[in-house]
Design a binder for this molecule. Structure first.
Ligand SMILES: [Zn+2]
Length: 300
């Protein structure tokens, strides 16, 4: 493994140079309509369940079989656990990590709304000892970290930053979704708004499934580059990208009104298969445990 700049070992950032590099694979397990902001205001759980039409249940087995022996982090939308308690059950039984994405999928900018949202999922969070969180739209704000700590979370994966960057916010770790930049010492903080400025400086959020939808197999070159640096890139996929939902009249209209979301419609089952053939993968929680253990070795 190539050695990583030792200066990265600051109190806030550790480069887990003693860890075998791997792809940190996550699936934000949400209904297809979570893509479209027009459904954010739809609050009736029966209507939301009807809109899903059983898709999140039907998609699970094909996704679990695509993964085979590989283990991933599933950040589950809690309303799915309400609709189909067997979904979290089967994810956990297959040996994957269960995390929280949110209870009802919408941007959660207000801290009171976020607290309420986490409480709505409290029963299954406790039942499955959930300790990882991914904010909807990978958008988190400062006060959320204390709330996550108080709610029993060990880590969040809710910002974009280069692979190898780990940040500590109080007692909560932040494991970013990967961008193309090489990590440097310092200068990273969570929350980290992914601005046009960063894009213009050439930092591209390649761990987003939107990017995977645009670049396809080209992403493998970026992954390979990070792995060769000894770093573990973190990437996101969604259930509707691995099992394509039928193109209903409603979905067609939603896509016509939101053509920028078309990269999410691209089926990525082939991408995942090729990824698993080429690279080792691991859930984020397992990686964090190893990173902390290796940090202990460094401090000893
Ligand atoms: Zn989401």
């Amino acid at each position: 493994m190539k050695s990583v700049d030792k200066n990265l070992l600051s109190p806030a950032i550790i480069a887990p140079m003693y860890l075998s590099p791997r792809v940190l694979l996550s699936i934000d397990y949400e209904p297809w309509f979570a893509l479209f902001r027009r459904y954010d205001s739809l609050t009736d759980p029966h209507q939301r369940r009807a809109l899903d039409g059983g898709f999140t249940l039907r998609a699970l087995d094909p996704i679990l079989s695509l993964l085979g022996e590989a283990k991933a982090s599933f950040y589950l939308v809690g309303e799915i656990a309400d609709w189909y308690p067997e979904v979290p059950q089967r994810i956990a039984a297959a040996g994957h990590e269960l995390g929280l994405h949110c209870h009802t999928h919408r941007p959660l900018k207000n801290i009171n709304e976020l607290a309420q949202d986490i409480r709505a999922s409290a029963h299954w969070l406790r039942q499955y000892h959930v300790r990882g969180y991914r904010a909807p739209m990978v958008g988190i704000h400062e006060a959320a970290y204390q709330l996550l700590a108080d709610s029993g979370f060990a880590y969040s994966s809710s910002i974009y930053a280069p692979a190898g960057v780990l940040l500590k916010k109080g007692s909560v770790w932040e494991i970013p979704v990967s961008t193309t930049a090489a990590p440097h010492n310092g200068g990273y903080a969570a929350p980290r708004d992914f601005t046009l400025n960063l894009l213009l400086k050439g930092e591209f959020p390649y761990g987003s499934s939107f990017s995977i939808g645009i670049l396809g197999g080209q992403i493998f070159k970026l992954i390979e580059r990070d792995l060769k640096r000894g770093l573990s890139p973190s990437i996101i996929l969604h259930p509707y990208e691995l099992v394509t939902p039928p193109l209903s009249a409603r979905l067609t209209r939603d896509l016509i009104l939101n053509p920028h979301l078309l990269p999410f419609r691209r089926n990525k089952a082939g991408f995942l298969k090729a990824l698993l053939e080429r690279f080792p993968v691991s859930p984020l929680g397992a990686y964090l445990d190893e990173a902390l253990a290796s940090q202990g070795q460094v401090n000893a």
